[in-house]
Design a protein around this ligand. Structure first.
Ligand SMILES: Cc1cc2nc3c(=O)[nH]c(=O)nc-3n(C[C@H](O)[C@H](O)[C@H](O)COP(=O)(O)OP(=O)(O)OC[C@H]3O[C@@H](n4cnc5c(N)ncnc54)[C@H](O)[C@@H]3O)c2cc1C
Length: 342
């Protein structure tokens, strides 16, 4: 496996940030990984695992070893009645997996269509969209411990999935490289259509029979109309998580801001639409040099060309401070900040 020194990461992050990796290796198969981890040169070095680079913001060069995952392969690994277990290697593009399962007549991942990035990153922040999360179909994953080289299988319980969260963002942050993920999909899925514009888009499409392909197409149509395409304008999707507040806090805010957008959570708290808070404070479309807030979706920060990671981060902090002051709410980045500020 070739190892590149002082390698540019600009093509490997959808924010299009110019940052350099001290060393860069492209992982094509897991045998290469064993060899790579055994190299003495890298034993004490910081390591960063990179998939599609659609959920990272580089605020500095990365001095250590960047391992870019490009392992491929999707296979059926089990069946049980109407359930089918599908295993995908970490480097498979997420949307390719979704389309593959639809081709097989399986349901479960359709609401997560068109989310950028690779399979290996999906459990890290427990990707979610349109009322579902990858945890809803998750069966297990295998990962290698970067320090010991030991391979471990993680069950759903062990991953401790939460809203845009898992054990890999907390206790095990940067400690494991996910090799493959297995999902339990169904030949007789129950479709979740009550979130966002999914049902109305299906009606607009004049769909006669609801199936996973139709739902996937509806989700793709909605996403294409709402979200900026990173190929056209550099971004990493939602920059912030939607903050969760107590019912009392929400009711106080609703009194002052009757149009505030929020959803009650299972435990009686309220998830506020961070995009609404940001838009209400007038940030939508704002530009500071080449760092900006997307003109059509206030939750998305964009790089108009030559913004540095620190410029995007400074804008993020400006928004966080304003939201804290106005609403008493602390916004948390959803994007992984890679650098000394992260
Ligand atoms: C336009 C746009 C829309 C988006 N919409 C959504 C959405 O609807 N819902 C949603 O949840 N997210 C969304 N995202 C965020 C992003 O697509 C997801 O977080 C995705 O899972 C990131 O995948 P990636 O391969 O690009 O990860 P990367 O950005 O490469 O990495 C993200 C994190 O995961 C770690 N990582 C990556 N691969 C591995 C691995 N194999 N093993 C261990 N660690 C790993 C990295 O070190 C990093 O910390 C969106 C992003 C964009 C640009």
């Amino acid at each position: 496996m070739e190892i590149f020194k002082n390698h540019s990461l600009k093509q490997f992050n959808t924010f299009g940030i110019e940052a350099t990796a001290g060393c860069f290796a492209e992982l094509q198969n897991s045998d290469d990984l064993e060899k790579l981890l055994k190299q003495e040169e890298f034993s004490g070095q910081k390591k960063l695992i990179l998939g599609g680079g659609s959920n990272v913001l580089f605020t500095d060069d990365f001095p250590g070893l960047v391992i870019h995952i490009n392992t491929q392969g999707i296979s059926i690994v089990g069946e049980n009645g109407d359930d089918v277990m599908i295993e995908a290697q970490a480097g498979v593009e997420w949307h390719k997996l979704v389309l593959h399962t639809i081709e097989l007549g399986l349901g479960g991942l359709e609401n997560l269509s068109l989310i950028p990035g690779n399979v290996g990153a999906a459990p890290i922040q427990n990707i979610g969209a349109y009322g579902t999360e990858q945890k809803d179909c998750f069966e297990s994953l295998t990962a290698v411990n970067l320090a010991s080289g030991e391979i471990k299988k993680f069950s759903k319980k062990e991953c401790r999935f939460g809203y845009r969260d898992s054990i890999f963002k907390n206790e095990f942050k940067d400690q494991f490289l996910i090799l493959s993920v297995t999902y339990r999909l169904s030949r007789k899925p129950v479709f979740i259509l009550g979130y966002g514009a999914v049902a109305s888009e299906l009606a607009r499409m004049q769909v006669k029979e609801i199936n996973s392909r139709a739902v996937s197409e509806a989700v793709c149509n909605i996403r294409r109309s709402k979200l900026p395409d990173p190929v056209l304008i550099c971004n990493a999707g939602s920059f912030f998580k939607n903050p969760v507040v107590s019912a009392a806090h929400y009711l106080r805010l609703r009194e002052k801001y009757p149009k505030i957008v929020a959803f009650e959570t299972d435990d009686g708290n309220y998830k506020l639409a961070a995009g609404w808070l940001i838009e209400h404070l007038g940030f939508k479309g704002l530009r500071r040099g080449d760092a900006g807030v997307c003109a059509t979706q206030a939750l998305v920060l964009v790089n108009y060309g030559r913004a540095a990671g620190k410029d995007i981060l400074a804008l993020a902090h400006e928004i966080m401070n304003a939201v804290e002051k106005a609403f008493g709410v602390s916004l948390q980045p959803e994007v992984n900040i890679i650098g000394n500020d992260g």
